[in-house]
Design a protein around this ligand. Structure first.
Ligand SMILES: NC(=O)c1ccc[n+]([C@@H]2O[C@H](COP(=O)([O-])OP(=O)(O)OC[C@H]3O[C@@H](n4cnc5c(N)ncnc54)[C@H](OP(=O)(O)O)[C@@H]3O)[C@@H](O)[C@H]2O)c1
Length: 235
């Protein structure tokens, strides 16, 4: 019988599905028909909102595995069932991925590991030590992944989750200021504004699905001056 050229969808383990990004990743993985496994800490099932998220994913076909990044046995059992691992733990828990890297190395079946990054590129971001190790922790994980020879993709997608646009790029604000707007530089640096969670998650699944094209990924490049003029037009 001729060998099929149809690539099987990757089976994906996602860690952090009760969180903000991880939940969207798991939902998108299921929507893209990937066999989807979710590692969930038993403690999060006693939280009503988190338990609801897990139930929704389970009802949609996800396999829920109880475990933790601190429980090497559960990690290894989860990792050996898949060929892609995506981790979306919070930036404070980034170093907790070390046992996961050991489990991936031991299992030997992982074709792509996507560690928890999803922000500015930690290797080139320098904010003069004011970030309490936010970026250096992510770089430390990169070096470990590389030292262990694990196939990987780093997703550096800058800011998302409504960090910039709703406040007209004013640090610390959650709504547009009414009196004064600070323009950084000359206001002509262009940025890409796309809808969350569509942008990050859609792009990630383009690459996870075996090098598929991301041609359908549409976006608009605008600068801050343009954003302000749109805001003024809309009152
Ligand atoms: N670029 C941007 O604008 C931007 C914005 C937000 C986030 N991010 C990045 O996206 C990534 C995810 O952040 P997030 O805000 O989505 O995180 P989050 O909402 O805080 O979720 C963290 C998840 O990790 C799980 N977790 C924590 N410790 C664990 C452990 N030991 N074992 C298993 N699971 C564990 C949590 O589960 P429990 O329910 O058990 O606690 C939760 O599901 C981070 O790297 C962050 O820096 C980027």
């Amino acid at each position: 019988m001729a060998e099929s050229n149809i690539k099987q969808p990757s089976s994906i383990l996602i860690i952090g599905v009760t969180g903000r990004l991880g939940y969207e990743l798991a939902a998108a993985s299921l929507q893209a028909s990937h066999p989807t496994f979710c590692l969930v800490r038993p403690s999060s099932l006693s939280d009503k909102d988190k338990a609801h998220k897990v139930q929704v994913l389970s009802d949609s076909g996800a396999v829920i595995i109880e475990g933790s990044l601190h429980d090497e046995e559960s990690l290894f059992e989860a990792v050996k069932q898949v060929n892609v691992v995506i981790c979306a733990v919070n930036s404070k828990q980034v170093l907790d991925q070390k046992p996961l890297i050991s489990a991936i190395k031991k299992a030997g079946c992982i074709e792509r590991f996507i560690p928890s990054e999803f922000g500015l590129d930690p290797d080139i971001t320098d904010i003069s030590g004011m970030d309490q190790g936010f970026y250096s922790r992510k770089s430390e994980i990169r070096r470990l992944v590389e030292a262990e020879g694990i196939p990987h993709t780093y997703v550096s997608c800058n800011f998302f989750m409504s960090y910039l646009l709703p406040s007209l790029v004013q640090p610390g604000l959650k709504a547009p200021p009414r009196d004064k707007v600070s323009i950084f530089g000359d206001g002509n640096v262009k940025g890409m504004f796309v809808g969350y969670p569509y942008s990050i998650v859609h792009f990630l699944f383009c690459i996870t699905s075996g090098g598929g094209s991301c041609d359908s990924f549409t976006y608009k490049l605008v600068n801050l001056s343009h954003v302000l003029s749109l805001n003024n037009q809309n009152g």
